[in-house]
Design a protein around this ligand. Sequence first.
Ligand code: SAH
Length: 245
Amino acid sequence: MNAGWLCIAGLGPGDPSMLTPEVTQALDQATDVVGYIPYVARVAPRAGLRLHPSDNRQEIARAQAALAMAAAGQRVVLVSSGDPGVFAMASAVFEALEAAPQWQQLDIRVLPGITAMLAAAARAGAPLGHDFCAINLSDNLKPATTIEARVRAAAAADFAMAFYNPRSVSRPDTFARILALLRETCEPERLVVFARAVGTPEERLRTVTLAEATPEMADMRTVVLVGNAATRRVGRFVYTPRAAR
Ligand code: SAH
């Protein structure tokens, strides 16, 4: 067994204060950091640390490269924003591992991070205080019909919802369709929190009703939280009661 290892780590939403000590320790011990360009840019350079930024949508190649380095005896941290298990690199590594039995005995650990929806919810108050679900609105890895079916089912079951990747330049209309679909099931007063760039200097939170929500309120740096039927305002906060009706 070689001394190499791979940590698949979450960097949190942005601010270093929201990085766990466990992840900081792994970065301190690493020889190599691998990840999407803006996430690797968050890691402070130091002597003896090689940075390997790569482009987006290269997840499997990036996972294979990280595994190959660990197999060669390097101490590798593969970084994601937020939590690595939430629409991020951890599943890509295990997908690569399924096809590479020779790497399955490596020292591989997943180090959690604060995911965007939890950082955003904490800023708003407690909008996810009762049952909720997280849905990725990107259609890169699943058909749009599946996304719409899941949003419909979640709204019908009165889950609060967190939408990741709500809107991008390549699919400007997805989020408009999702809002229209929510309006079929939810009342116009339903609260919607648009949380942009949480934990960074550009952070902005805006809470509106479903009637007031527009597609332009979201972009790729926004996580959108939709309350359940009981979600309400208290002072400057938004919260969902612990009990269901
Ligand atoms: N693994 C990440 C999610 C990656 S998907 C996590 O656990 O947070 C990328 C999406 O996450 C973005 O489109 C946005 O919806 C959300 N996101 C990531 N960082 C964010 C931040 N600082 N503020 C608001 N949303 C964020």
